[in-house]
Ligand binder design. Structure first.
Ligand SMILES: *[C@@H]1O[C@H](CO)[C@@H](O)[C@H](O)[C@H]1NC(C)=O
Ligand SMILES: *[C@@H]1O[C@H](CO)[C@@H](O)[C@H](O)[C@H]1NC(C)=O
Length: 458
């Protein structure tokens, strides 16, 4: 019995190796970690051991092999196209690597973007034309180009980042389940009655007074990681639609200040340990101001999950470790067209009240030639740079893991003036002061119209 199991495991390992050769891609453990603009080799903490293949059940092994090589992926799913493979029979195109110039980035009208591809639809239209610069971090020349894009505070993408490749390889379902079961690895699972997740935080006392009828747009539910994972995997298998209940899992790690003991960084959290370049001891390519860094935030998404449009006041590096997410990005100058909630006291402050997947709402808000935007599919293995105050809207195209790290506002305060002008100062009367209904549903509302910047949903 044991012998049979062992042979089957060996056969599966052989199969995995064969597939690896077939696909021509090796997920190697990086020998040297390049951290930052300087090519100093990193002598970081030892890596955690990979989960032992023989310890894993045969079924899991097969599933892992299939997952790694995307055997079950649908024909158009972005996973079929590995990050380094841009030919992909012409389904994807990207601009050639070139130095930053002030005509970058190319913007398209937001209405055209959401009309061409409705955000509720998780199937990428093909061919899909990337307009963002996509650069190889492991290539010294392309990395220096990427640095110039970053310093110009424009969005761009990089790939072939050693830490990301390591985590992609290590973060199997088995490994993640083990890590989440450990004490101290706290996380939160939100549940929405559909695929939309409007961000909210608990209102302050004055917020409660200002919005007495406010109720959370999503529920926080108890779930183990294993249960959440089974739900997310099941959603892909069942091709779950946008109107069904969705769950979104979030976790965060401590910032550097909490991890420093003398000159060493205590990396007890698996995310901090597996992605050392995102909590560096000294400034690097990804974190350019460690004092403003608040640790790593990870989002575990399932098919269809949408994070409503918003801005953050910090430079953000977003790594796609599993699956793929669509990002629609628009510069801070678009703020005035997006109906962002302007009252700080509101639990969903900074977030857009427009449902971008609702055709009527999107058309009325975006069809005038006003807001220009960028549509990008962040594929497994890529890192996206989102500059401070750039507004972003995110759809998880399937089961996905994304982790990000921040660096505070840039020294020249890019974007701040635009956002300040549009959002107004504190105490300014705002259009956002109105009670929100429980489980706010903006979609499909008959007679929807907008007046003086306020969405009326009736
Ligand atoms: C989703 O988009 C794909 C690709 O453009 C298209 O083939 C499909 O019909 C769309 N599905 C729906 C429900 O609109
Ligand atoms: C990135 O560049 C390095 C150095 O030129 C090269 O070895 C590597 O194959 C490139 N990565 C991909 C995915 O093309």
């Amino acid at each position: 019995m044991t012998c049979i199991k062992y042979s089957a495991a060996l056969a599966a390992v052989a199969c995995t190796t064969y597939l690896g050769i077939l696909v021509g891609r090796q997920h190697r453990r990086p020998a040297i970690h390049h951290h930052g603009g300087h090519d100093a080799p990193h002598h970081g903490p030892p890596r955690p051991p990979r989960p032992s293949k023989r310890a894993v059940g045969d079924d899991d092994l097969d599933a892992a092999a299939a997952e790694r090589h995307h055997i079950h992926a649908e024909p158009h799913s972005p996973e079929l196209i590995q990050f380094g493979d841009w030919s992909a029979k012409g389904r994807f195109t990207k601009p050639p690597a070139k130095p930053y110039d002030s005509s970058y980035p190319q913007l398209t009208n937001l209405w055209e973007i959401v009309q061409r591809w409705n955000p509720d639809n998780v199937t990428m239209p093909v061919p899909f034309k990337e307009t963002l610069a996509v650069l190889n971090y492991s290539d010294p020349h392309e990395r220096s180009l990427a640095e110039a894009y970053r310093n110009a505070e424009v969005p761009f993408k990089i790939y072939d980042v050693p830490d990301v490749e390591y985590a992609r390889d290590a973060w199997t379902d088995v490994y993640l389940t083990e890590q989440f079961d450990r004490k101290g690895n706290q996380f939160k699972v939100e549940e929405s009655e559909n695929n939309h997740f409007m961000y909210w935080r608990s209102p302050s006392a004055s917020g409660r007074r200002a919005y007495p009828d406010w109720a959370p747009p999503t529920d926080i539910v108890h779930s183990t990681f294993a249960d959440w994972l089974a739900f997310a995997r099941g959603a892909d298998d069942r091709e779950l639609g946008p109107e069904a209940q969705h769950r979104y899992l979030m976790m965060g790690t401590p910032p550097l200040s909490a991890l420093l003991r003398g000159s060493s960084v205590r990396r007890s959290h698996f995310v901090t340990k597996d992605l050392p370049c995102f909590t560096p001891g000294t400034e690097n390519f990804f974190v350019t101001d460690i004092r403003k860094n608040k640790g790593i935030q990870c989002r575990f998404g399932m098919r269809g999950v949408i994070a409503e449009a918003h801005y953050d006041g910090g430079r953000n590096m977003v790594a796609m470790l599993r699956g793929a997410k669509r990002y629609i990005l628009t510069p801070p100058t678009s703020c005035a067209h997006l109906n962002l909630i302007r009252d700080r006291k509101h639990p969903s402050f900074r977030h857009s009240e427009i449902d971008w997947s609702h055709e009527h709402q999107a058309r009325s808000a975006f069809s005038p030639e006003t807001a220009g935007a960028i549509d990008t599919v962040l594929r497994e293995g890529e890192i996206l740079y989102i500059p401070s105050y750039w507004i972003h809207y995110i759809t998880s195209l399937k089961y996905s893991i994304q982790c990000n790290t921040r660096s505070g506002s840039p020294p020249n305060h890019d974007g701040e003036a635009d956002i300040g002008r549009c959002m107004g100062g504190e105490g300014m009367p705002t259009a956002a002061k109105r009670p929100l209904k429980k489980k706010k549903k903006l979609r499909g509302a008959p007679g929807f119209h907008m007046t003086s910047g306020v969405i009326k949903d009736h």
